[in-house]
Design a protein around this ligand. Structure first.
Ligand code: TPP
Length: 354
């Protein structure tokens, strides 16, 4: 075995612990979680491939971060609000956003809800309370806090979940958002997906603290660092923080430490800045394989079931691609649809004859 060959770090939960942390139906719930994680993983691989073939313009994978999106799906309620960072598309899908609609968006075709006017891979899913992703790092944090303020004003018991990367903890919006949430004790769960990179900047060059969750103290709220590649730990920590927010006891910041297992995006070449053993370290903490291994050891998953889940995910993704690729680009007449309340008359039809 070479020095850099990955050895999976196992999840060591016993049945009693899983029953306590998740419930007596832990096996069904974790199997469902596993299905979503496999779908996310399959989607990323296919989409990066399509981008390389020139069939879609851009893609931002979430490989290595699946446990956080899926853990948040297990915890969040339909009426809660999701403010994603750059890699929570799987959460939108698990909450009920159609995979085919997401593919329409990636192809920027006529059925793309944004009609090709949004950056690709920046879905919006209003029907599942999933706010459009912003490319501007950190802005969603203060938007989530504003929403939480409105929820409390309306006596709505929902929670706002704000997702952001390690790089975003250096943004103005991080400070403004956490500060206000702390002062007003708002129902927000701050979810930092620390994948240890902000494009080419490693987390140790981003911040001088040992754990990003320490920053919560400065804003008067609890913070915790959690293994973000362990879906059970993600679920348990998010569940506690969401219940606390829902019952009026204010915000929490959770830092999920995980590993970015792909380039930052389809426009990036990490071999120019990552150490040669990075991927082996990442693979040892692969959240999909860790859950697969746990389910197999606890008797909830066998090889036949695993193969079927992989096949289903592949079929689902291929089907959505085939449907979306048949749809043409947005019509030029749609340029101002959904943009202006009263679209101007086309040129040449104005009352002044222009
Ligand atoms: C305000 C702002 N500054 C810089 C950028 C360029 N940029 C795009 S992604 C990115 C890194 C983000 O890193 P992180 O917050 O850790 O999220 P990750 O990509 O790791 O999920 C940067 C600096 C930007 N989009 N917005």
């Amino acid at each position: 075995m070479s020095a850099t060959e990955p050895v999976l770090v196992p999840l060591e939960y016993q049945e009693e612990e899983l029953t306590t942390l998740i419930g007596p139906d832990w096996a069904d719930r974790l199997l469902h979680a596993y299905r979503w994680m496999v779908l996310g993983r399959t989607l990323d691989a296919r989409m990066l491939g399509l981008q390389r073939q020139g069939r879609i313009g851009f893609y931002g994978p979430a490989t290595g971060q699946e446990a956080v999106s899926v853990g948040a799906w297990m915890v969040s309620k339909p009426q809660d609000w999701i403010f994603p960072g750059l890699r929570e598309q799987l959460l939108a899908l698990a909450r009920g956003h159609s995979l085919t609609t997401y593919l329409h968006h990636l192809f920027a075709n006529d059925l793309d809800p944004a009609r090709g006017r949004q950056m690709p891979c920046h879905p919006t899913a209003r029907e599942v309370h999933y706010v459009s992703m912003s490319s501007v790092i950190g802005t969603q944090i203060s938007q989530a806090v504003g929403t939480a303020y409105a929820l409390r004003h309306k006596r709505d018991p929902s929670v706002a979940f704000a997702f952001f990367g390690d790089g975003a903890t250096s943004s103005n919006d991080f400070h403004a958002g956490l500060n206000l949430a702390g002062v007003l004790d708002l129902p927000v769960v701050f979810c930092c997906t620390n994948n240890q990179w902000a494009i080419s900047v490693p987390v140790e060059r981003q911040s001088a603290v040992a754990h990003l969750s320490e920053k919560a103290t400065a804003y008067g709220m609890p913070g915790a660092t959690v293994d973000g590649t362990d879906v059970v730990a993600v679920f348990a920590s998010l569940n506690g923080a969401a219940e606390k927010a829902r019952s009026g006891h204010g915000p929490t910041m959770l830092e999920f430490v995980l590993y970015r297992m792909t380039p930052h995006s389809s426009s990036d070449d990490p071999t120019r800045y990552q150490a040669k053993d990075w991927m082996a370290r990442a693979q040892a903490h692969d959240p999909v394989r860790r859950l697969e291994d746990l389910l197999a050891r606890r008797g909830a998953l066998d090889e036949a079931k695993r193969a079927l889940i992989a096949l289903d995910a592949d079929g689902e993704v291929r089907g959505a691609i085939a449907t979306a690729e048949k749809v043409g680009p947005p019509l030029s007449e749609s340029l101002t649809t959904d943009v202006l309340a009263s679209p101007p008359a086309p040129a040449g039809t104005g009352s002044d004859g222009s």
